[in-house]
Ligand binder design. Structure first.
Ligand code: SF4
Ligand code: SF4
Length: 198
């Protein structure tokens, strides 16, 4: 493992204006995870066209950041692969971020960070010998005592058993789409009190 490469990478990513940065491990590979905070004023009005636009814009910004990180690593002689921010299948930014110590997976299936779930994420998988400084945390006691996302989800997609992606996607892509707010529910992000714990 290389301390100097890890520190160089961190210094580089700091200049890219991410709100969150961590290095974790997924299936034996190092993964660099970066995050952008979602503006309170936008998420507090969700579902809305503004929230939908923020999701699209932040995905674009995160993809650019992940591409730069990929290039930074490749220039140093290692393999790297930026995973698109909007990726839903086959790879979980949330699981990667949890392994990097950026938060824990809440009942809503969202990553609960220092900003609560009000973040968007991108990841870069690499064989570079980066030092992973954190380990995954299990569900937090505060989450177990809350349940607000379960009560608030209009699709019934969150329960004691966990998060039902298919039900969430149906609500976002079919029900909300009729109101022209494609894929931008965000109610579970909005109601989570972890965003206000500081
Ligand atoms: S709303 Fe409550 S139960 Fe749901 S993820 Fe947030 S803290 Fe956990
Ligand atoms: S985005 Fe909306 S439908 Fe999907 S889990 Fe969250 S509250 Fe439920």
């Amino acid at each position: 493992m290389s301390r100097s490469l890890t520190d160089d990478l961190k210094r580089y990513v700091e200049r890219l204006n991410c709100d969150l940065l961590g290095i974790g491990r997924v299936n034996g590979s190092a993964v660099v995870v970066c995050g952008l905070r979602i503006s309170d004023s936008v998420i507090d009005d969700a579902p809305s066209d503004e929230y939908y636009n923020l999701v699209i814009t932040s995905s674009r910004m995160l993809d650019e950041i992940a591409d730069r990180i990929e290039k930074f690593i490749v220039k140093r002689g290692y393999s790297a692969r930026a995973m698109p921010a909007s990726l839903e299948e086959g790879f979980s930014h949330r699981v990667a971020a949890a392994s990097a110590g950026l938060g824990f997976i809440g009942r809503s299936g969202l990553l609960i960070t220092e900003f609560g779930p009000r973040v968007r994420l991108a990841s870069v998988l690499t064989d570079a010998p980066l030092i992973c400084e954190s380990s995954e945390r299990s569900i937090h006691r505060d989450c177990l005592e809350c349940g607000l996302c379960i009560e608030s989800c209009p699709a019934g997609a969150i329960s004691e058993k966990g998060f039902d992606r298919a039900a969430c996607e149906f609500y976002n892509n079919v029900v909300l789409a009729e109101g022209k707010r494609y894929g931008a529910c965000g109610i579970c992000v909005k109601v989570c009190p972890a965003a206000h714990r500081g």
